[in-house]
Design a protein around this ligand. Structure first.
Ligand SMILES: Nc1ncnc2c1ncn2[C@@H]1O[C@H](COP(=O)(O)OP(=O)(O)OP(=O)(O)O)[C@@H](O)[C@H]1O
Ligand SMILES: [Zn+2]
Length: 723
């Protein structure tokens, strides 16, 4: 008799054995159907063995084999086993998080094809068309030859343009070549000559054989993307594959476009949350078969099963979106380090604002630090101005000086960008008579006033309610909005500058499909002169005409209970500021603050992020916070606060464990969300191995804990925020 050890999508931290008829062939990395607790489940075979500890009368046989051949390699399974161990997550849940939905459900890996499009002879003859978007699509296909539907969608095209072009016979569906990409020859379009700093980095990367992580610390607009592109040439020329991880794809079609323009005939595939299940399966399979050369992906792309991976690039490595915030709470950048190290390939981490963890590793020579200190297309730097708000009169959050700057910039025909990381009209409503505040009754948070909808909306649980005509407590009609949101900024600026077109970009204004693309196009074509937005505006956009950037409120980041708050604030300021002065003349960055003298703020504006970050690292070292120690968080929540506290208290051992500091149970910074009480346990250690061995013991205990099934709990290794 033979036995298979399988991983199942269940939260238990263990695998399960089943028996299998020796006449049936099955391999590691194949899926099988099994019954588990009276349910039929897809299982992944992680080992095949001759013996089992399960008694003979207890062991069940598998129901059937799904895959004749393994769908993932041994090395890939090893990677997932590491992931599960590192994040203290069940192997089964880890494997089934990594697989695309169709494979989780037991479907055939070759179930689907995504159409490709190419120009017909009529299409190549530059047909006269009135629709601008249809023309743009024809132009695109002229450059790229064959392009998948997925890529066209990422570039902002829709079936509205594709269908009529197909009907008119200008484009046709093309055959999808699933051959290995390595049989192509690489075509490289025109490219700029690298400057000295860029060339030095490419040389260092190209020289590398085997594993090395490079941190490319390059100011915004210094040509990091150009460095990735030119480093990729060697990898692609060798017929290898590369993974490009980016924070967002929907927001930045330019990125995809840039890779496509540089490598016109190269199979590029995409992986992000807006794909359909079929599209995901398609990309997954093409990566696994070696048919894709480049995959541009968001966070979970780190789990794609490449056949011959040659390089990974993590662009904007500091970005919070690389950390998954529920389920398997992995960090894609950190997993990239493991993956590249085991596969002996280079990893490029690029950013203007390195995460302190990454910088620490670079300063310790664990990673190689390489820098781009100058902007690629302009010689000038942006000027920072701190606007002291203390005791100043202001209108809807704008100091008089700020308004004068806007006026002057507009008069010169330039664009102005106003940044505020809070959507809605005002974060709360207040009764002027009795002090009543609009609070969400399910969360410990205020409900945001959305004037255009006439609603109060909780940004934490989503609950909406009508704006009360009178104070709920005292009946007064004197109810006022307190604080500032983007909607209010928009209305105020429209009144101040009535003849100036304005565009607001935040989650509310871009909810309708295609709204974001329209707004971005309008900005790029110079229509909108004032741009108001949240961090959606901060990420990676290249707006040529912006020469004044205003950050309305930097104070909230200076004093916060989260030890990473100042780091995140400095990253955000630097990234937003980087949108100014991108072509030619220097930009101005105005920061409104009540704390002009704050040493971190002074350091940031006078000496730049690099200096700030090195100073901030020293501060972390003094108090032994990460990266100078290692942190794990156990979170628990339930409707009943006592249950949560009892559960977490019970996890605290009676006598201390050497090398481990425990704090808690303490309430989460937002104690109540959607009616649930949330508490947490902070577990800190100077040594990662000690932390992990402690957690392994703890988890074995939690798995059997009688309260564990009565509440929701989770463990977070290297948590990014402590809420
Ligand atoms: N060596 C070069 N010669 C001329 N132009 C260059 C060179 N390198 C980059 N550029 C141009 O400079 C601009 C900024 O470069 P790139 O987008 O690569 O910078 P980045 O550092 O990735 O920017 P971001 O700050 O948005 O991440 C682009 O328009 C790019 O084409
Ligand atoms: Zn709420």
């Amino acid at each position: 008799m033979l036995f298979v050890e399988v991983a199942l999508k269940v939260p238990l931290h263990r695998t399960f054995d089943y028996k299998i008829d020796p006449n049936i062939t099955v391999h590691k990395g194949c899926r099988v159907w099994v019954t588990f607790a009276n349910r039929k489940l897809v299982a992944m075979v992680v080992d095949i063995k001759a013996k089992t500890d399960v008694p003979e009368n207890k062991i069940k046989a598998i129901t059937s084999v799904i895959d004749e051949r393994p769908i993932v390699s041994d090395a890939y399974l090893t990677f997932l086993k590491f992931t599960a161990r590192y994040y203290c997550h069940s192997l089964g849940e880890t494997i089934f998080t990594a697989l695309p939905a169709s494979l989780r459900q037991g479907e055939h890996p070759d179930k689907t094809q995504v159409p490709n499009y190419t120009l017909t002879e009529e299409g190549k003859a530059s047909p006269k068309l009135r629709a601008k978007k249809q023309l743009a699509l024809i132009e695109h296909l002229k450059g790229s030859g064959v392009t998948s539907l997925t890529e066209l969608k990422a570039l902002g095209f829709t079936t509205q343009q594709i269908k009529p072009l197909k009907e008119k016979g200008f484009i046709a569906e093309a055959i999808n070549h699933c051959e290995a990409w390595s049989s192509h020859t690489l075509e490289i379009a025109n490219k700029p000559r690298l400057n000295e700093e860029q060339a030095a980095i490419c040389a260092a990367v190209n020289q590398q054989t085997g594993y090395r992580t490079f941190l490319i610390e390059g100011v915004t607009g210094s040509g990091k993307t150009e460095v990735y592109l030119q480093c990729l040439e060697k990898i692609l020329n060798a017929g290898k594959q590369a993974l490009i991880l980016v924070p967002e794809i929907g927001l930045t079609p330019q990125t995809v476009n840039r890779f496509r323009r540089r490598f016109p005939n190269t199979p590029i595939d995409l992986w992000h949350s807006n794909l359909t299940d079929n599209e995901r399966l398609h990309t997954w399979r093409r990566a696994e078969q070696g048919s894709s050369a480049l995959v541009i992906a968001t966070r979970s792309g780190i789990f794609l099963p490449f056949k011959s991976l040659g390089m990974v690039v993590v662009d904007e490595e500091h970005d919070g979106s690389f950390k998954q915030q529920d389920g398997l709470r992995y960090h894609a950048r950190d997993l990239a380090v493991y993956r590249c190290a085991t596969q002996q390939i280079p990893l490029l981490l690029g950013t203007a604002t390195p995460a302190l963890e990454t910088l620490h590793n670079a300063l310790n020579n664990k990673y190689q630090l390489v820098s781009l200190t100058k902007r690629a297309q302009t010689k000038v730097d942006n000027a920072y101005l701190l606007i002291d708000m203390k005791g100043q009169p202001h209108q809807n959050g704008f100091a008089p000086t700020t308004l004068q700057h806007i006026e002057r910039t507009l008069a010169r025909g330039k664009q102005v960008m106003v940044f505020l990381n809070r959507r809605g009209y005002a974060p709360t409503l207040m009764c002027h008579e009795c002090g009543w505040l609009s609070e969400c009754h399910r969360c410990s948070a205020s409900a945001t006033y959305h004037k255009s909808m006439s609603r109060l909306v909780c940004h934490h649980c989503g609950e909406q309610s009508y704006v009360p005509p009178q104070c709920v407590d005292c009946g007064s009609t004197n109810i006022l909005p307190v604080g500032l949101g983007t909607e209010q900024v928009e209305q105020f600026l429209e009144l101040q500058f009535p003849d100036t077109p304005l565009s607001r970009i935040d989650r509310d204004s871009t909810r309708r499909k295609g709204a974001l693309e329209e707004a971005l196009n309008e900005i790029n074509e110079g229509g909108a002169r004032i741009l108001v937005g949240t961090q959606m505006l901060a990420k990676g956009h290249h707006f040529a005409d912006v020469s004044l950037v205003i950050i309305l409120d930097v104070d909230s980041g200076l004093y916060s209970s989260d030890f990473r708050a100042t780091e995140h604030m400095a990253q955000l300021i630097t990234q937003v500021a980087g949108r100014a002065g991108r072509s030619g003349e220097p930009g101005t960055v105005l920061l409104q603050t009540h704390y002009c003298e704050h040493p971190l703020l002074q350091d940031l504006v006078n000496n730049g992020y690099g200096d700030f970050a090195r100073y901030a690292l020293k501060e972390r070292e003094e108090v032994a916070l990460p990266p100078f120690s290692f942190l794990a968080l156990i979170r628990a929540e339930a409707n009943n606060a006592k249950l949560v506290i009892d559960f977490l208290s019970d996890l605290v051992p009676a006598s201390p464990f050497s090398g481990i500091q425990l704090l808690g149970p303490i309430p989460a910074p937002m104690e109540r969300v959607a009616g649930k009480y949330r508490y947490q346990l902070h577990i800190q250690a100077q040594d990662r191995a000690i932390l992990h061995s402690y957690l392994t013991q703890l988890l074995a205990y939690v798995d059997k804990h009688p309260l564990a099934n009565r509440l929701r709990w989770s463990i977070d290794i290297d948590p990014m925020d402590t809420y």
